[in-house]
Design a protein. Structure first.
Lengths: 339, 339
C-alpha cells in the first residue's frame, strides 16, 4: 500500500466592503474548514483592515490545525479576492470606492503579515471560480458567473480557463448597456444593467412604483418610510402577494434576462451561475428570467446553457480565492475534477 | 547552410450569400496568391454551389502552381469559412437563410470533390482570425472582430485562441440588445445592435428621416426612389455635406459605439477590429464611434484597447479560412508570429 500523502492547505480570503470572510481548504478542494466572517470596518483605514485579515488568517489556520492535525508548514499560501479594478501581477488594488483605497499593495501587505505567499484576484472572478470548482457550475467548460448585489459583477471561465482580459478588468457585466437612452448609472453611463437590477436599483424602482400613492404591503413593511425599502423588502412583499412588488420582481427578471441573453449570444456558455443577495428571490425571479432569455437569445445558445443559482452562498468567494491561489501558484483547477 | 525547406500551401474559401472568394497562402502566411471571386448564385442549389467552389479551388491552385512552381502535393488542404450556425466537428452548415441550406455537409462535399482535407468555420470567425494573423489585429492577445454588413457578426480571440463557445455559436454580437424596448430585429428580438447599425438598418433609418419630406441630397442620389437608398448612398450624401445623412451616420456611430463599449467592458480586449461594408465610411464613422466608446466604457478598458478598421478588405475571410485550417489541422497560428 502506498503511504498516504500528507494533505496541504490553502487559506482563502474574500474581502468585501461590508464583511471579510476567511476559510481554509485542502489543495484537493475536498471540503472547507473553519469559515469565519467579520465586519470589514473600512473606516478604520487600510492598515487596520489588513491587521484584521491577518488575524483571521491565523485564526482559521489554528482552527484547521486543531481539527485536522495539520502543522503550520502544511499551509502553502493565501488566495485573496477583493473588489477591483486590480493589478493582479503586482498584487495591487487600484481603486475601490467601497473601501476608499487607491493603489494599495494588498497582496504583499497580507503576505508579509502572515509570512505566506499570497495571490490577489477580483472578487467576482473568485465567486465564479468557486462555483466552478466546487459548486453549481461544476463540469462547465464555458461558465459565466453573474453576482448581483449592491453592484453587478461578472466572472468568465472560457475554454476551461479564468479569463482576465488585457488589463484585468474583463467581466464588467453590470456595466453593459441594455437601454442606450435609459437610467443613469452610478458609473456615469446610461442604461447599464446595474442601473436596473442591482439591489439598490430594485429598491429604487419599487419606490418609484409607489410614488403615485398606490396601496401596497411595501409601505407597511417599512413603517411608511420608503427609504428603508430594500430588494429583500420587495421580495418579501412579492412572496406575500403584493401586486406592486410582484411587478417590480417581474421587471427585474426581464432586465436580468435581457442582460443574460446578451451573454448567451456572445459566449454560448454551458453554464450561467447567478449569485448574490438579489438571487435570494429564488424561482420567483429565476423562472421569468429564464423565460426572457429564451425569448431573446438564439436557440442553439439557449439549448446549450443551464442558468442556475450558485450553490455555495456566502463561501463561494473564499472557495474561489483558494482556487485562484492554486491556479496561479500550483497550476490548474477545473470544474470537473481536482487537478 | 541548411537546405531550404519546400513551401507548402493552404487554400482558403470564403463563402458568402453574394460571392465566393478563394485564394491560396503558404503555411507561413507570408503572402497570398491568386485571390479570385465569383458570384455564389445560391438559387442554383447547394450542389452547384459546391461545384463552383471546387472549380475555384482547382483554379487558384493551378494559378499558384504556375506562379510558384508548387506541385499538387504541396497543397495540404482547404479551409472554408461559411455563414453559421455550423457544426464544426461534423463540418455541417446547420442553417443559412441567405443560401437556403439546412444540415448541409459542406466540408465533406468540398473535400471529396477536390480530394484534399478540409475544415469549416464561421465566416465572422475567419474574418477576425485573418485580421489577427496578417492584418490590423496583429499582435493582439484578446481580439474582438466585428463585421458590419447586411448583418453584424463577431469573432473572438481570447487569450490567444479562437473562441467558439459550447456549441459553436459564440460571437453573435449583432444580436446583443442595446435598447430592450427598441426596434424589431429580423431575429424576432427587440433592440438588437443589428437592427440599428447593419447596412439595411442604416438605409431604413435614412428613409425614416426623410419621411416628413425634409430636403436632402439623398433623394437626388436615388432619383426620388427611397427604396434604392443603401448605406453607401447615405455615406456619399454625408460626405457631400447633407445634413440628414450626416445625422444618420452620427447615430450609426452612436449605436455601434454603444455595442462596442459593451464589448470593452465584457472582454477588456487589446484590439477591436471592424470590417465589412459599413466601415467604408472611414473616420466619419470611426471617430464619433470611438468617442461614444470613451463615454460609455470603463477607462482601463478604453486605455487598453485600440479600435481599428480591418486592413485586409475583401480577403480577410480567405486569409482567416487558411488560418483556421492551419489551427485545426496543423496546430496554432497567432497574431504576432507565424507558428
Amino acid at each position: 500500500m502506498a503511504p498516504k500523502r500528507k494533505q496541504r492547505y490553502i487559506v482563502g480570503v474574500d474581502l468585501g466592503g461590508t464583511n471579510i470572510v476567511a476559510g481554509v481548504m485542502p489543495v484537493d478542494g475536498s471540503r472547507d474548514h473553519a469559515v469565519r466572517s467579520q465586519p470589514t470596518r473600512a473606516e478604520l483605514g487600510a492598515d487596520r483592515v489588513v491587521d484584521r485579515i491577518a488575524g483571521m488568517i491565523e485564526e482559521v489556520m489554528e482552527l484547521t490545525a486543531a481539527e485536522t492535525g495539520a502543522s503550520r508548514a502544511d499551509f502553502v499560501g493565501v488566495g485573496i479576492g477583493a473588489p477591483g479594478p486590480l493589478d493582479r501581477e503586482r498584487g495591487i488594488v487600484i481603486v475601490t470606492p467601497n473601501l476608499g483605497w487607491r493603489d494599495f499593495p494588498l497582496r504583499d501587505e497580507v503576505s508579509s503579515r502572515v509570512q505566506l505567499p499570497a495571490t490577489l484576484d477580483n472578487d467576482a472572478n473568485c465567486a465564479t471560480v468557486g462555483e466552478w470548482w466546487c459548486g453549481a457550475a461544476r463540469g462547465g467548460r464555458n461558465v459565466v458567473g453573474v453576482t448581483i448585489g449592491t453592484g453587478i459583477g461578472g466572472g468568465l471561465i472560457l475554454d476551461g480557463t479564468l479569463y482576465h482580459g488585457a488589463s484585468d478588468v474583463a467581466g464588467e457585466i453590470g456595466h453593459t448597456t441594455i437601454d442606450s437612452t435609459g437610467r443613469r448609472c452610478k458609473c456615469g453611463n446610461y442604461g447599464c444593467l446595474e442601473a436596473y437590477a442591482s439591489g439598490p436599483a430594485i429598491a429604487e424602482r419599487a419606490r418609484e412604483a409607489l410614488a403615485d400613492g398606490e396601496a401596497s404591503l411595501l409601505r407597511e413593511l417599512v413603517g411608511g418610510d420608503l427609504d428603508r425599502i430594500t430588494a429583500r423588502t420587495v421580495y418579501e412583499a412579492s412572496t406575500r402577494g403584493d401586486l406592486v412588488a410582484r411587478e417590480v420582481v417581474r421587471d427585474t427578471a426581464r432586465f436580468l434576462g435581457t442582460g443574460i441573453a446578451n451573454l448567451l449570444n456572445i459566449f454560448n456558455p454551458d453554464v450561467v451561475v447567478l449569485a448574490g443577495g438579489v438571487t435570494d428571490a429564488g424561482d420567483a425571479l429565476l423562472e421569468p428570467l429564464r423565460g426572457e432569455v429564451r425569448r431573446r437569445a438564439f436557440r442553439p445558445a439557449v439549448e446549450a446553457c443551464r442558468i442556475v443559482p450558485g450553490a455555495l452562498a456566502g463561501s463561494a468567494g473564499v472557495v474561489g480565492a483558494v482556487a485562484t491561489f492554486k491556479m496561479q501558484v500550483m497550476g490548474g483547477v477545473d470544474g470537473d475534477r481536482v487537478a
